[in-house]
Structure formats: structure tokens, C-alpha cells
Design a binder for this molecule. Structure first.
Ligand code: MTE
Length: 301
């Protein structure tokens, strides 16, 4: 179906990947809901997978570069210039370089993916992202043998990112994934939501989305991607290693030192906001659990 991105796919496209995955997520989510007998029945699980509204997704954010309050990003992120924008890909790649975001978007297949999004602060949303698989970008970059991790970095521009004038975190914001996690088909580089370009507060023009991990792994406004053989530092781990590990897989059985992760507050619904049980790997257990076989998930937080 033609729209303003010629390579954008929607549910109406014949290419089944995006829609197929969406359907699989819905099914997986519903099945997981069934497992929670008496807590979340089928209808509740289905309902929980209805995407949140545009307002919920764009007015309730974490983006410390624009302030630490939930409404600060929407209020302050308009100051960010997102064009021109380049993404540097370096380290253990065959084709290092600085790539223009428009060239990246034109080369990649943009799909719609409806994913659960679970913040470590125990709130959640369902977001209809548009984006491409990180694996596809890494394939174009050419990962060298020996690379084991992917490191990501957010823009550092305190003139436009007012929160960077304070030391709420050690800037720039950095994150990382193991290479197999980065290559997992669920791992998305988002460029939009609800079929529109990403609003600045959601991490324009390019942010990571790793739906089975706590939201802080989903680093926003990325300017650098580095392939490396060493586990890269991550911002929240640097800020508090006891509370935030490198893996940060959603796990209802492992409490945060200051609160339980067994349930989550579903954003939206106004007066009727509800809490639902948190699912192992945020409902994506079937797709990702095998990557952690043999790992002690209580230790490797
Ligand atoms: N990326 C950067 N650069 N800076 C941030 O402060 N916050 C993280 C993550 N990515 C953050 C970031 C956290 S804690 C969460 S929960 C999600 O972004 C929030 O994404 P959203 O605002 O689109 O819901």
C-alpha cells in the first residue's frame, strides 16, 4: 500500500513479516494471559494489547536529556534539531562510516510492530512502532567475526537538550546489547509510531526498541552504533549497578531492590487505570528465552 514512505509496510501489505509478527505477538500475549488463571483472562490480555493512544505515548515519557519529569520531554524536546542527522557505525564492522538517517530509512524495510513496552518503574504501554530490524542494518554494516556486543550512544547537545545541563546522568546516554540480542528479529530500530515520524520526545529520529527488556534499554535519538568484543557500559548501570544490570530482561520474579516487578500499572484508562501481572520477558518468552539458557536470571539482572 503506497503511502508517504514508499518502502513502508502496513497491515494491508502483502509482505507478511510485520503483520505476521504482530499477530504472533497478539497470540503469544493472549496465551500468556490465559496462563495467569483468575488474574488476567483472555479478554483482559487482549484488551491489554490494544495500542495506547497517541497522547499516552507522546505525553508520558522518560527522556532525561529533556528533564526528569514525565511531561518534561513533551514540553522541551521541540528544541531538538533532528535534520540533518547522521548515525556513525564503527568498531568491528566492514563498512564503518557516518550514514545519513534519510539514506538509512530509504534502504531499510519499514514495518509496523505492535509491542508491549514495560518500564523498570513498573508502568507499561502498548506501542504501534514503525521501524526496521536492527539485524538488517547490521547486515549492511557487515559485522566482523569476533564482535560480541553492540553499543549505542545518544546525541550530546546541551544547547538543545536542556536536561544535559544537569548531571542527572553521565552524558551522553549509552546502552548496549549482546550481539545475539541485537540480531534477534524482535529487536527494532524505530523511526515512527502510528505511521508518523517519531516525535522528538519519543527519541527522534531513530531509537532502539527491545520489547522483552525494561524500557531504559530502548535508547533514544541514536547517533552512534559501535560493534565491539567487550560488554559496553550502560547509563543506568553506571548510575546504580546494584539496581540496573546490563541485561535488564523483564522478570516478574526478580524484584527491583526498591519495588516489586510482579505487576505493572497500565498507562491510560484515566480513573480506571489498572494493574496487571507482569509477564516473563514481557510476554516474549517463546521468542527470546533460549538466548539465556543456562544463565542465572537472578544474578544476571
Ligand atoms: N534514552 C535516552 N537517550 N535518554 C533517556 O532518558 N529513557 C529510557 C528510554 N530511553 C531514556 C532513553 C527509559 S527509562 C524509558 S522507560 C524509555 O526510554 C521511555 O520511552 P518512551 O518515552 O518513548 O515511552
Amino acid at each position: 500500500m503506497a503511502n508517504r514512505w514508499t518502502n513502508t509496510l502496513t497491515h494491508n501489505d502483502v509482505t507478511p513479516q510485520g503483520a505476521f509478527l504482530n499477530r504472533r505477538q497478539l497470540i503469544a500475549g493472549a496465551a500468556a494471559g490465559f496462563g495467569l488463571a483468575g488474574v488476567a483472562g483472555a479478554s483482559q490480555a487482549q484488551e491489554a494489547l490494544e495500542p495506547n493512544s497517541w497522547e499516552d505515548i507522546t505525553q508520558y515519557n522518560n527522556f532525561y536529556e529533556f528533564g526528569t519529569g514525565k511531561t518534561d520531554p513533551a514540553a522541551n524536546a521541540g528544541a531538538l534539531t533532528t535534520s540533518p542527522w547522521t548515525v556513525e557505525i564503527d568498531g568491528m564492522v566492514k563498512n564503518p562510516g557516518k550514514y545519513d538517517i534519510d539514506d538509512i530509512k530509504a534502504a531499510m524495510t519499514i514495518e509496523e510492530r505492535i509491542y508491549r513496552f514495560r518500564c523498570v518503574e513498573a508502568w507499561s504501554m502498548v506501542v504501534p512502532w514503525n521501524g526496521f530490524e536492527l539485524a538488517d542494518l547490521l547486515e549492511v554494516a557487515g559485522v566482523q567475526s569476533g564482535a560480541k556486543y553492540v553499543a549505542f550512544e545518544t546525541l550530546y547537545r546541551p544547547e538543545e537538550m536542556s536536561g544535559q545541563r544537569f548531571r542527572s546522568l553521565d552524558w551522553p546516554y549509552v546502552e548496549g546489547l549482546r550481539l545475539d540480542e541485537a540480531m534477534n528479529p524482535l529487536t527494532l530500530m524505530a523511526t515512527g509510531l502510528y505511521g508518523k515520524d517519531l516525535p522528538n520526545q519519543n527519541g527522534a529520529p531513530l531509537r532502539l526498541v527491545v520489547p522483552w527488556k525494561y524500557g531504559f534499554k530502548s535508547i533514544k535519538s541514536i547517533v552512534k552504533i559501535t560493534l565491539t568484543d567487550k560488554e559496553p557500559p550502560t547509563s543506568w548501570n553506571k548510575a546504580n549497578a546494584r539496581e540496573y544490570g546490563f541485561y535488564s530482561n523483564v522478570n516478574p520474579e526478580v524484584s527491583h531492590p526498591r519495588w516489586s516487578q510482579a505487576s505493572e500499572r497500565v498507562i491510560g484508562g484515566g480513573l480506571f487505570t489498572k494493574r496487571v501481572p507482569t509477564l516473563m520477558f514481557n510476554g516474549y518468552e517463546e521468542e527470546v528465552a533460549s538466548m539465556y539458557d543456562g544463565m542465572d536470571l537472578r544474578k544476571s539482572i
